[in-house]
Design a protein around this ligand. Structure first.
Ligand code: GAL
Length: 949
């Protein structure tokens, strides 16, 4: 007998396989929504199959389940990279001056993902849905070699019913995804790949479809409200079902305040939408300050047993856009102090952890933002949940302007998914379309608006027009609220001509600023932060807000943009790789625009800021332009205790002083009614002597998802942050987490965002750490830089169960699935007989179980397979899970083994080593016990020897 050497890799595969079984067995009836973020395999680049020429191959290629290459089930992906989602491969790559400026000079390309999925036999009959929250950009999905979905937008979800294709037990399922990120939908950085979450949802055959609960509150008389709940059910089972749908409403304290039920019948493979209206008296209203959220729980019951249950949050609030006075929330006037944002962040690209989104929204809240336009696409679902909880109103925007069926579906998906969010106040059907001024544009929007209205008539439809709203027939005639991108000189003209049409700025400003720079150096692509520079079509931050704030009929504004984003480095190009429009940089570090807007937008407490920093060594005696930003009545400026001047605050222009530079302390004091109410200062610092790490939060959850930004800066001997420090910092992260990237806000930096080092830019960098799954150990972060004392912090990690997930599954097996079956014969057939490649019918087709009736004596089965590279060298086995009858096994014309008993039994034999990796033909002759049925009953697989039993 041959002895086998011990192989850790195989043992590990076996353990993984076992743990996958254990995880899958934990399945319970009812609904399970399991994270499918873990356990993906990734290949960068396309995998192109050679053209098909033979007739047999052509025939096979056209058949269900037969996708070729990486799309198919048996592709050898053993050398692919293992990773977890969310994943953006574009941010991992280097910058390339020949790549697209709009995409931030990041090559995007094509990538493939594969994942194995084990489904227990006990789950047979349940409904299985894959959910991909977004994949950039064109995605094709195969399950077990069947193409199951194509999604031509990188901003919307795919919900894929995979129930019919599933294999149970040891026969693994294969998910394959080709993500084509050559395709573009934007003119900004869009990332690449599976950058949002993935889920597997298991449900009873009778279940609520995804996004199938429509629960949007409507105000009635006085304090009476209704939620005309509609629940859409589907039945993938084999019999029609009578069920009860029960909807309960829970107030913010968790107390049930309404309940209603209705009965429904769902036909076999049919859907049914059931009305279950709720009445609610005097609910606590949702507002920007008090985000009272109610929970709507919908259950599907049969004979007292819950078949399915889903919960969603909603809120009671009224909205109104008034043509003369702007926007009202719950009858109270609110000027929209908004920002547009894209979805990438430093270090992580578009694969932004949910907790980093919380950080980003918290930064906006601190800035005084009350409205967000997710430009120019719907955000991740988790982001809208945060919006509801943190108190923002939102313009939810559709990506593609096109009312044809495929694209209309994208719009419908957005409205169905998002209509329960109290934060959503406007549906935007497009951004800046050349057809906006024409009849064609009008006709297109009319249809898209009608589609939105059919799904949700509680919110106005808008479109972000950069002109064209003064023509005789244009898009503005088909929307409820006219959105204007820029066009400030036309605001009044439009309003005068259309005094009854509500109007908002949907986009404004587009001003340039490089964080921490106070001198414009054109040849270095650096732009000073005094708010002097704006795009030709835009305005400075101050001018844009003044135009909006001083016009009551303008509901508000949306600054382009809240944060810098990759791509669109206007007015620069290479080596600039990211935009400089942001009020904050790519990390969420404030630029001077932050302070300008903060004092304009926050009114409930006195604020005062000074720009620039006070490190101007070499400029002693020269004038430095100082900007004081305050929301008080008067400000004084003092240098080293000497009063330099006092001014009345200009709330739109801010206050400027020219100060002859002398090192020391520059101080601003704010007064209301002659009384000091606010004070701030900037000081000349010494040279940097030490690094400092400042975590954003006190602890992290060890659930493998929680992440936080850590601010990295340099301090002088007195512990003051040095504003111009540019040290090259090296990070080491150990313990219960890891670095997932870093940034510094320098739009001209080409540093690797995932590497071990990052230079401080104007005194700052940001490192993002994320916990490991099952992390309970603190995360230690060390930052070192030449000549500076290192910084060390330890971030406590709280043991936190991961959200329910599908364990990673390895597929060490190759299944031999697609067999040809020769006609039964009384004589032993020649195992190597020829079958013409054009002969589709003399021999049958099958995959196990393939049983011959009792009358047959001999049967010949033929298939071909390509073993995985690591099994082709003699370390693999061919395993027959069950053969009834005696058998001979022939491989590439050679007899390699026999089964000598008639009884149904598993048997296995070594797969001979063969030079090179290639297709092998297997022929199996099965000889029946006289008068008995015979054949290959169980699956046939190629396994590592350790697993073969
Ligand atoms: C607008 C556009 C934005 C961005 C901006 C830059 O026209 O809607 O996506 O490109 O200009 O100023």
């Amino acid at each position: 007998m041959k002895s086998y050497t011990f192989n850790w890799r195989r043992l590990w595969s076996a353990i993984l396989l076992l743990s996958a079984c254990v995880a899958a067995q934990a399945a319970t009836p009812g609904r399970e929504r399991l994270s499918l973020d873990r356990g993906w395999l990734f290949h960068l680049g396309d995998i192109v199959q050679p053209p098909i020429k033979g007739h047999g191959e052509s025939y096979g290629n056209a058949k269900a389940g037969n996708a070729a290459g990486a799309a198919g089930t048996e592709y050898d992906d053993s050398d692919w990279r293992h990773l977890d989602l969310p994943h953006d491969w574009a941010v991992e790559g280097p910058f390339d001056p020949n790549a697209n400026v709009s995409q931030g000079y990041r090559p995007r390309g094509i990538g493939w993902y594969r994942r194995y999925l084990r489904v227990e036999a006990a789950d047979r009959g349940r409904h299985f849905e894959l959910q991909f929250d977004a994949i950039a950009t064109h995605a094709t999905v195969w399950v077990n070699g069947n193409v199951v979905n194509r999604n031509w937008s990188g901003y919307n979800s795919s919900y894929i019913d995979i129930t019919p294709y599933l294999r149970y037990g040891d026969a693994m399922n294969t998910i394959a995804i080709r993500a084509d990120a050559e395709a573009m939908e934007g003119w900004w950085y869009e990332g690449a790949g599976m950058y949002r979450h993935a889920w597997l949802v298991k449900r009873d055959p009778v279940h609520i479809v995804t996004d199938g609960v429509h629960a949007t509150p409507r105000a009635g008389k006085g304090t009476q409200w209704t939620i005309p709940v509609e629940v859409t059910l589907n039945n993938s089972g084999k019999q029609a079902s009578g069920v009860t749908v029960e909807v309960s409403l829970f107030d913010p304290a968790g107390k049930q305040v309404a309940r209603q039920s209705a009965t429904a019948r769902v036909t076999v493979l049919g859907t049914n939408t059931v009305q279950v209206p709720l009445a609610v008296a005097n609910p606590a209203l949702w507002s920007l300050e008090k985000t009272n959220l109610y929970r709507v729980t919908t259950r599907v019951l049969q004979d007292g047993k819950a078949l399915d249950e889903v919960s969603l949050n909603t809120g009671f609030r009224t909205i109104r856009f008034d043509a003369a006075e702007g926007f009202f929330l719950n009858g109270v006037h609110v000027k929209l102090q908004g920002v547009c944002i894209h979805q990438d962040h430093a270090g992580v690209g578009v694969a932004v952890p949910d907790s980093v989104w919380e950080y980003r929204l918290r930064r906006l809240k601190e800035l005084g933002v009350n409205a967000i336009r997710f430009s120019h696409n719907a955000p991740a679902a988790e982001v809208l949940d945060l919006v509801d909880r943190m108190g923002f109103v939102v313009m939810d925007e559709n990506r593609n302007f096109n009312p044809s069926p495929d694209y209309m579906q994208q719009l419908e998906w957005m409205v169905k998914r998002d209509r329960h969010h109290p934060g959503v106040i406007l549906w935007s059907v497009f951004n800046e379309e050349p057809e906006q001024a024409t009849e064609v544009g009008y006709e297109m929007v009319r249809r898209m608006s009608a589609t939105v209205k059919a799904l949700d008539d509680t919110r106005p439809v808008t479109a972000a027009m950069n002109g064209g709203f003064l023509t005789a027939l244009n898009v503005s005639h088909a929307v409820d609220v006219v959105g204007s991108n820029y066009q400030v000189p036309d605001y009044d003209r439009y309003h005068k001509a259309n005094p009854n049409k509500p109007f908002t700025s949907s986009e404004d400003t587009s001003a340039y600023m490089t964080r921490g720079e106070f001198k414009t150096v054109r040849e270095k692509n650096l732009i000073a932060s005094y708010d002097d520079d704006a795009a030709e079509w835009g305005n400075t931050h101050r001018d844009a807000w003044e135009a909006i704030a001083t016009r009551p009929y303008v509901a508000g504004g949306f600054v382009w943009t809240g944060f810098d984003y990759r791509g669109e480095p206007t007015p620069n190009e290479w080596p600039s790789v990211s935009s400089v429009f942001g009020i904050m940089d790519l990390n969420g570090f404030p630029k001077n625009a932050y302070y300008i807007h903060q004092v304009q937008w926050i009114k409930d407490r006195p604020l005062i800021h000074i720009a620039p920093h006070w490190n101007w060594s070499g400029s002693e005696g020269k004038d430095v332009r100082v900007m004081v930003m305050a929301n008080v009545e008067r400000v004084q400026l003092l240098l080293n205790g000497r009063l330099l001047g006092e001014q009345q605050v200009d709330p739109y222009r801010m206050n400027s002083f020219n100060v002859a530079y002398a090192p020391g302390k520059l101080e601003a004091i704010g007064y209301n009614g002659g009384k000091e109410v606010a004070r701030t200062s900037v000081e000349t610092t010494g040279a940097a002597v030490a690094l400092e790490l400042v975590p954003d939060r006190a602890q992290l959850a060890g659930d493998g998802r929680d992440a936080m930004p850590i601010t990295v800066r340099a301090l002088d001997a007195q512990g003051r942050a040095v504003p111009l420090a540019d040290a090259q910092v090296t990070f080491a992260v150990t313990g219960g987490g890891r670095s997932i990237g870093h940034g510094n806000g320098d739009p001209n930096s080409h540093e690797d965002e995932k590497g071990a080092t990052r230079r401080l830019f104007n005194g700052l960098a940001q490192l993002i750490v994320q916990t490991n799954y099952d992390g309970a150990e603190a995360i230690s972060v060390t930052a070192t830089a030449p000549g500076l004392a290192p910084a060390r912090i330890s971030i406590p990690v709280k043991a936190t169960p991961a959200q329910p997930f599908v364990a990673a599954a390895e597929a060490p097996l190759t299944f031999v699935r697609s067999w040809r079956i020769a006609p039964d014969s009384a004589e032993r057939p020649d195992p190597n007989q020829q079958l013409a490649s054009f002969d589709m019918n003399t021999w049958g087709w099958g995959s196990p179980p393939m049983i011959a009736p009792a009358a047959a004596k001999y049967r010949l089965y033929r298939a071909s397979f390509t073993p995985r590279k690591n099994l082709a060298d003699g370390s693999g086995m061919i395993r027959f899970a069950g053969v009834r009858g005696k058998a001979e096994v022939w491989l590439n014309g050679q007899l390699i083994g026999k089964k000598d008993s008639y009884a149904l039994a598993a048997f296995e034999l070594p797969l001979p080593a063969e030079a090179g990796v290639g297709k092998r033909e297997i022929n199996v002759i099965v000889e029946a016990e006289p008068g008995q049925a015979s054949g290959i009953e169980g699956y046939v697989s190629i396994t590592p020897r350790l697993l073969a039993k």
